[in-house]
Design a protein around this ligand. Structure first.
Ligand SMILES: Cc1cc2nc3c(=O)[nH]c(=O)nc-3n(C[C@H](O)[C@H](O)[C@H](O)COP(=O)(O)O)c2cc1C
Length: 201
């Protein structure tokens, strides 16, 4: 079983990175194959524009129409095709990120907006039979607050047919003791193992 991990944090010494590595280990220890999209290290382009649709040749740019045309003649930018292939191959998609202004980092929002669209998302729900595991950290929001806000921000995944698993919400990240951090990292490992176990049983 393949698991795609989409990671959106600029620093590889961050707590987010440690959580991501722990989740990754939980899945690999359960026999899963990991595919990664480390958005900052990939320098993933985070804004949607006409260059995402190389066959769009009109002077004006209509994103909806360009997406339909690109879907019909299979002509999206190559970085979009690569991400789509990773999603297609995966049974589980993990997102690891810090909450910034009640939302995901812009690079992750851009990944969602550029990768999904007409023909890959809807009208056929492309995430049907896939599970989404969201793991995020916040400076001061409560875990309940994180759940409400992020579930709402990322509701498009449910629209595209995915099952959203219980969110791993780490808070308040900025005041955790070292022992609490270690516990969150261990919990993330166990949650990943649990998800993998449920899928294979
Ligand atoms: C631009 C920015 C916006 C932030 N907005 C929020 C917020 O809306 N709510 C919150 O609880 N924490 C907020 N934070 C705090 C981050 O969530 C916190 O720094 C992060 O979870 C720490 O993770 P790290 O140690 O892996 O970087 C914000 C931080 C930054 C830099």
């Amino acid at each position: 079983m393949k698991v795609l991990i989409v990671f959106a944090h600029p620093d590889t010494s961050s707590f987010n990175y440690a959580l991501k590595e722990s989740i990754k280990l939980g899945f690999t220890d359960s026999g899963c194959e990991i595919i990664e999209s480390d958005l900052y290290r990939m320098n993933f382009k985070s804004h949607l524009d006409r260059y995402d649709y190389p066959s769009w040749d009109k002077e004006t740019f209509r994103p909806d129409e360009a997406a339909i045309k690109a879907s019909e003649d299979n002509s999206h930018a190559e970085d979009i095709n690569i991400e789509r292939q990773k999603i297609t191959e995966s049974s589980v998609i993990v997102f690891q990120f810090p909450i910034w202004w009640s939302n995901c980092p812009a690079i992750l929002i851009g990944w969602i907006q550029r990768v999904f669209g007409y023909g890959f998302g809807y009208p056929d729900p492309v995430l049907r039979n896939k599970k989404i595991l969201i793991s995020c950290t916040a400076g001061n929001y409560s875990a309940a607050d994180i759940d409400i806000r992020i579930r709402s921000q990322l509701s498009s995944f449910a629209y595209m047919g995915a099952e959203i698993l219980p969110i791993i919400a780490v808070s308040p990240n900025n005041t955790l003791t070292e022992a609490e951090r270690k516990q969150f990292i261990a919990d993330a490992y166990n949650i990943a193992k649990g998800v993998a176990g449920n899928l294979s049983s």
